[in-house]
Design a protein. Structure first.
Length: 209
């Protein structure tokens, strides 16, 4: 039996390459508080966003789920990300659907997931880190509780944006804060200036990938 022609072998190799689903690393967070629930990086994820002072739900907060990939056997490097965008309902609840795992390649791994929550007038939230430093130990896949603190006059917009490391899909929503962040940095370097008007908020699409 003769070997298939070169172009057929190449097509088969490309098909196998495209069809390689990523390996999924174990999650570093728990499934749910006080419950036996599996934790994985794929999802789905759900929870509630509340005001830390009042306990009241925070509606219309933007919630972004970010999955990160790496690739390689010897030399390993980042290989893209996947996002899901939604917003909290009137009860402050959100739900992130499972990752599509749309990125396909050989030696590909899904290595992390983190959540970013943003609401104008509050300090933002990251599921993997705290603004004051260190990792966040209390994130859970199911029934996660996000507590947002109201913005204070002495908070720094520059430090806030650096902390959020806003995903691309969130940057239009945080754009109004960039000018204030530049003003914060200018003042830290000894400059002076008055308050800068806040720009308009921008609606975020229900889902991007």
């Amino acid at each position: 039996m003769s070997a298939p022609p070169a172009h057929a072998r190449l097509a088969l190799a490309l098909l196998l390459l495209v069809g390689c689903a990523p390996l999924v690393r174990p999650a570093t967070f728990v499934g749910a508080r006080d419950q036996v629930t599996d934790a994985n990086l794929i999802g789905p994820f759900d929870g509630q966003v509340v005001d830390v002072s009042t306990g009241e739900p925070v509606a219309e907060a933007v919630v972004v789920g970010v999955w990160a990939y790496d690739r390689g056997d010897g030399f390993i490097g980042p290989h893209g990300s996947e996002t899901y965008v939604t917003s909290t309902d009137a009860a402050g609840r959100y739900r992130i659907l499972p990752a599509k795992l749309a990125i396909r390649a050989s030696a590909l791994r899904l290595v992390s997931f983190h959540l970013v929550v943003y609401k104008r007038g509050y300090l933002g939230y990251r599921s993997d880190a705290r603004l004051e430093g260190g990792t966040r130990p209390d994130f859970s896949v199911r029934h996660n509780k996000v507590e947002l603190r109201k913005w204070r006059e002495n908070d720094s917009h520059a430090e806030h944006l650096l902390f959020l490391a806003s995903p691309k899909v969130l940057r239009k929503t945080t754009q109004w804060e960039e000018e204030l962040a530049n003003l914060d940095l200018f003042r830290q370097q000894g400059g002076a200036g008055g308050p800068t008007p806040e720009g308009p908020s921008t609606a975020v699409p229900e889902r991007t990938a």
